[in-house]
Design a protein around this ligand. Structure first.
Ligand code: SF4
Length: 170
């Protein structure tokens, strides 16, 4: 996800199949791409997601993706404790997991310290039973949290710039 307060060093532009769509800000660029596609009769696509993805690909070190992700677990725990959300059904967890498993916004956050990873995971398994094992230690770059924990809860959180297939897409 591109941080809205950061101006990309190469400016706000989007490469639409070789055509450069430019604008003065992140929301304006998303709106301009949307309008261009409408006017040219092109498929609608997902302008917000695509603009964020291109900016991040162009300047990975400035994108949220490039930041340290290890703080995501406490963030997830805090968020769900504060909101005291209910749990979703096992079927819903499986549905969400299937989507996250194929999502490009999922990223492994585990550190190189194997024993640290193991003890953290052991503690998390006790605290949050029902986590999908393939997603343990994986973060959602857009949501900024640990997906295997986030998907357990009925938090009502929506992610406006997530891919359309995302179970949290706004
Ligand atoms: S964007 Fe949605 S589908 Fe993708 S990893 Fe995050 S929560 Fe999962």
């Amino acid at each position: 996800m591109w941080p809205p307060s950061v101006i990309p060093p190469s400016g706000y532009w989007f490469d639409e199949k070789g055509l450069r769509v430019e604008s003065t800000s992140l929301p304006n660029l998303i709106a301009a791409l949307k309008q261009y596609r409408k006017d040219s009769g092109s498929p609608e696509g997902d302008p917000s997601y695509e603009v964020h993805a291109q900016l991040c690909a162009r300047h990975p070190s400035l994108c949220t993706t490039g930041r340290k992700l290890a703080a995501l677990v406490p963030k997830s725990i805090r968020r769900f404790l504060i909101h005291r959300c209910g749990l979703v059904s096992k079927e819903e967890v499986q549905r969400r997991a299937a989507i996250c498993l194929t999502c490009p916004q999922r990223q492994e956050w585990r550190s190189t310290c194997t024993s640290c990873n193991d003890s953290l995971n052991k503690a998390l398994r006790k605290t949050f039973p029902g986590r999908v094992s393939e997603l343990e230690g994986h973060a959602c770059v857009i949501g900024g949290d640990e997906v295997s924990i986030a998907m357990l809860f009925d938090s009502g959180d929506k992610l406006t710039v997530a891919p359309k297939a995302c179970w949290r897409h706004a």
